[in-house]
Design a protein around this ligand. Sequence first.
Ligand code: PEP
Ligand code: MN
Length: 324
Amino acid sequence: MLVTLVESADPKHVEASLQGLGLWIQRLEAPAGGRPALWIESHSSAVGAERIALVEGVAEVRAPKSPHPALDAARGASLSCGAVALGPGAAPVLMAGPCSIESPQQIAQAAAMAKRAGAKLLRGGAFKPRTSPYAFSGHGRQALGWLREAADAEGLGVVTEVMSELEVDAVARAADVIQLGSRNMQNFALLRAVGASHKPVLLKRGMAATVHEWLLAGEHLLAAGAAGVIFCERGICGFDRSTRNLLDLGAVALLARVHGLPVVVDPSHAAGRRDLIPALASAALAAGAHGLLVEAHPDPAHAMSDGPQALDEQGLAALGRALP
Ligand code: PEP
Ligand code: MN
């Protein structure tokens, strides 16, 4: 049950009164401009809504009609990502850059390429999740500085992945949007820490996650205080390995058109090969996606990760021209 408090109430005080009734309470970080609110796990509740409504400081008690009330409240609204609006009602946003940040020169060249193609945000990984412990896993904190500098030089925003709770503050300082990778979609401690940074979050769908699990991971972020969530479909595991992953455009249409949430598509990790990216990108926009997250590299043949799926300067420019 969602318990909204009167504005003058002290949430700690109301919480204590409700705990006194034997209830399990969770304080919700109020979204910007919202009222303080608490969540009561209905299974733990032997006490009805009428009794809860009598507690001093409680304004309203209601049983939300869905398991993700914070996402429902965000319905239809676009999100400010630095200087850029992304989501329902906003023009499609291109986010582009290399899989990983390799050097200050490489990311500066990538930023210039991204800018020329019309991108609004620069992507690039400083912390890379890699299947093998021996693969290049990013230059870490120092690369965050290179990324921010390159983006600033071109007037771009920054989106970059965080992999550990220990790095959330550093990534939040460098980024306009924090990326949560597929492999961490249900790392709940990390979701809470990222939410507490109050930044917008790009939440990649886990490669074997249902839409329901994905939505509730987004709800975790909002409940922890995230400024907003951008859902990023990057392909799920299918039975056929002809493409790297199976791009689920039904999920994109569902989230964008039925739930009214900000959705972007990463055709690069879906396809795993650069020649399919233009087709997947147009299909994504037709399905209702509000933007694209695309890998691009000044010299794809020598990329330290994901070279085969990286667009070069010309490929990225062509994609930019095809955007409405
Ligand atoms: C990425 O975008 O850099 C990445 C690692 O993608 P994913 O989490 O979708 O595999
Ligand atoms: Mn990659």
